[in-house]
Every structure is written in C-alpha cells, then in structure tokens.
Design a protein around this ligand. Structure first.
Ligand code: V4E
Length: 261
C-alpha cells in the first residue's frame, strides 16, 4: 500500500482474448482476481465531479479520493505537486470537441487526437486514502470548515454534508504485475457489461512521471495495444448508461473521456 497522496499514472486499453497470454509470455506475474463494489458520492449539484474529484468507498479498500495533481504553491499536506512541471513534461490529451451529435451516434477517428500532436493518452491522478486528508480536501473544495467529529470519519462528513451516492457498480478484476517495468496491469469486467484494461504505475513524486509514461508506452507496444485511441473508463460508460445528466454535465465541462466518439 502506497502512502496517501501517491500519484497514479495510468492508461486504459481494450483487451482481447489474447491479452492474458501475451502478458504471461512477457513474464507478467498473475496476482489473482478480486471483486469489489465501488460507491461514488457527490452533492446533488455535482460539485465534486465537475472539479474532477472522485470520492468513493470501495469494499476492502475503504474511502478514497482521486483528484488531479495539485500545484505546490500554497498547498499543504501530502500529495502536493507542481502541476505546471507535469504539464510541461507530459503531452496532455486535448479536450474533446463540443458534442455536435448525441453520444454513440457517429463513428470515426477520435476528435481528441486531432491537432493534439500528443503521443499518448495516459492520465495522472492523485490518490488520497488517509481519511483525515480526504476530509480536508473535500471540505477545502466545498469551502466548508472541517467539523471536529468528521476529522477521521469520511462517512459522517458525507452524510452531514449531503453527499449522496450517484454511482454503484461491481468490478471483477484480474491483476498482473510486471517486475522489470514495475507496472501493474488490471483487466476489469464491470457488472454493467463493460470490460477495460489499465496499465498503471504508482509514483510518489512528479519527477517520476515521465519515466512511468515511457514504461507504460513500452508495455503497450509489447502487448500490441492501440495506445493512441482514447478508451473510456468504467465511470464514463456507467454515467452514459445510467446517469445521463451527470454524463452530459461532465462532457460539457470536458472532465470525462467521451463515450462513443
Ligand atoms: C479518476 C476518475 C474516476 C475514478 C476511477 O478511476 P479509474 O482509474 O478510471 O478506474 P478504477 O476505479 O478502475 O481505478 P483504480 O483506482 O482501481 O486503479 S471516475 C472518472 N475519473 C476521471 C476520468 C476521466 N476524466 N476520464 C477518463 C477517460 N476516465 C476517468
């Protein structure tokens, strides 16, 4: 387990029947399967997710907050980062174009790639896992003072602030580890009928991000993956299917990988 505030560098991909074989042939260690339920929480006005903050309770892991890496200036506590440095070193995915037609109504080359000139679509998120840090970050974003009884009790804070569950799904995950590249690969099947793979590196500071990106690209090539087409995450697909208002709000705010370019 990495400390609260670690940075996850990850790239999603669509896997096929040969992916497991290729992983094993590359020397990946199968680390078994796990099943877990994620419950995501937000205010009715979607304040957290519109700020790209994802608060969830996962069975077996407890409460977690994922949010974009933060700037160093003026930030306190674990997980602070210089975002500008990250942006300079990492080619970022350009935001999707404003939708001109309903999702899934058209096919074609992904808009996100046009004119972007970037070489990959990997993303970084800070993972906050210490309850006290989660409460601080959420209250900071919402502009409310931390009540004494919430300090190490995320559930109580969520209840008293009116954060409601807006998404819940179960994932069956097959896990692999590549020791030489220091990467993890997850092959996920969600209970709403979507499967997606993820190559992931956990790093503790932003200086390590470029090397993590290079290792991810290398593994993608070794697995013959298409590393240039954006692949939506489970949440994008879930919201598209079951929470269309959330989905539309996020697409308008350009905070979510668009489904069905
Ligand atoms: C960051 C995020 C969400 C939280 C879930 O993160 P993700 O890495 O997508 O999935 P998960 O839960 O399988 O990862 P784990 O923590 O187990 O490693 S939900 C939505 N986002 C943001 C997001 C985004 N902006 N765009 C895309 C394409 N995906 C996710």
């Amino acid at each position: 387990n990495l400390p609260s505030g670690s940075i996850e560098v990850e790239q999603k991909f669509i896997f096929g029947p040969g992916t497991v074989e290729k992983l094993v042939a590359l020397g990946a260690t199968p680390e078994g399967s796990v099943s877990f339920c994620d419950r995501y929480y937000d205010l009715p006005n979607m304040r957290l997710i519109l700020a790209d903050h994802w608060l969830r309770e996962r069975t077996g892991a407890g409460w977690e907050l994922k949010r974009p890496p933060q700037r160093l200036e003026g930030a306190a506590g674990s997980g602070s980062l210089t975002c500008a440095a990250v942006e300079n070193q990492v080619p970022q995915r350009s935001p999707p174009e404003a939708p001109t037609s309903p999702p899934n109504s058209s096919r074609g080359s992904p808009q996100a790639l046009k004119g972007g000139g970037q070489s990959h679509l990997a993303k970084q998120y800070e993972e906050v896992t210490h309850p006290r840090d989660i409460v601080d970050r959420v209250c900071g974003l919402l502009g409310v003072e931390v009540a004494a009884e919430w300090q190490a009790d995320v559930a109580k804070m969520a209840e008293q602030l009116g954060l409601n569950e807006f998404a819940r799904f179960v994932t069956l995950r097959r896990k692999f580890h590549l020791g030489d590249l220091n990467l993890d690969v997850d092959l996920d099947e969600a209970d709403f009928g979507y499967a997606v793979g993820e190559i992931e590196a956990m790093v503790s500071e932003q200086l390590e991000i470029p090397s993590a990106l290079q290792r991810i690209q290398k593994l993608g090539r070794q697995l013959d993956l298409d590393m240039t087409t954006p692949v939506p995450g489970k949440m994008s697909v879930y919201l598209h299917k079951f929470r269309p208002e959330h989905y539309e709000a996020l697409v308008q705010a350009r905070k979510l990988g668009k489904v069905g370019n």
